[in-house]
Write a protein that binds this ligand. Sequence first.
Ligand SMILES: [Zn+2]
Length: 457
Amino acid sequence: MVTLLAFLACDASAPPARVVVLGMDGLEYTALDRYAEDLPNFARFFDGALRADMEVTRPIMSPILWTTMASGYGVEEHGVGGWTNGQGRSFTGADVRVARVWDVLSAEGRGSVVSGWLMTWPAPAIEGALLSDRFVWSVPMSRDPSQPVHSEDRAVTTFPDSVASIAAELLPTDAELRAMPLGYQVEKYGAPSHPLRRDELHTRVFEALWPANNADFGALYLNGADQVSHIYWPFADPGIQATIRADPTAHKHAVDEVLAKFPSRPMPVYGEQGLDATGLAEAARWVPDYYRYLDGVLGRVMDTVGPEVTLVVCSDHGFQVSQSKPLVDGQHHEIAVFAARGPRVKPQVGAAMHVYDVAPTLYALLGLPAAADMPGRVRDDLFELDVAEPVPSRVLERAQIDVGAGEGGAGDEALREQLEALGYIDEEGRPNTAIGESRKRPGDGPGGRGPRKPGAR
Ligand SMILES: [Zn+2]
């Protein structure tokens, strides 16, 4: 009897947790510290939280890393090699050759709510609800509200189909976006291209779906910190600010140099004249203002999921001033954010995390085994966990891979234009090495690629 009670007590010590992962692409610790006074929800979150520095794998590319975090596998196993395959085709969820957390939970009859996670289109059939990363691209900004979106454009962008109607209702309008505190950025950048439309949609859909589904797992992905930091990071950096203030021509010279070296590079959104002190003052607000927006999102998510859910906030890489073009670009940094708060967390600051450990640890939190062929490990030093015996593998057999439907369509075109405008890929769909710093070797340059499309910048 004593033994049985002890066994039961032990078994009950770590029942499966409910876990939500709030993924913020490009979120950087030094910025969270720099703007801490303006980020009350991050302060609330970090108080009594686990705060770890997460090392990521190279190349530092978002689709690769977010797929690794959701699956536990590296690029060779999971099959998503970046944004495009180098022959003009975008990688999609149909390329993923491993199970992700929501697939494994579904097989157990347990639900997930997934909103906006990279490489989730075509939307897989799961227990729970999923808004794919393509939905937002399938609804053009300029559409006439009286005209229903063509059903083919909407196909397989959500699961179940009813999520598409919910998302269409929640999609922020142009007027709404311009009325928000980030409205000045939307104005300058254009509402379809600025990340606020996507991030706000993904957040609203998560807020709507989480309470309505009794899910064990949630995954919400936001892209804006990455996109804004690529262009505006230098102007939020005190050292770069001092350089530009000391020499009002410094920024124009730097822009000229980059445009001369990379003739096909998109024109910066702030124009070719470069920034003087007045322009700098405005440009300096972009990154901190976006962090304020993300702070608001974190508060909304904390309120939506409540304190009984283990909440993970993570990024796929940090940001820093570009080493080769310090006055012009932000650049990915290899230390990402991994922080967690909730019932099963062992609070500590400065622990070392690795991107390979994310999925095995999520599985353990959810009461599921990781796989023996995953390169990472279950982090029972960071969470209260019972580590289950691993299964051999979560790599899918060919026959298990549902390639879904869809040939890209309008959503693919819109996404590709966006990636091109950001400098992630060129017109032929090749990764742009001018921004993919992690892949760049000294002396490499994208070279001339002919004229850009009008309007691309
Ligand atoms: Zn990223």
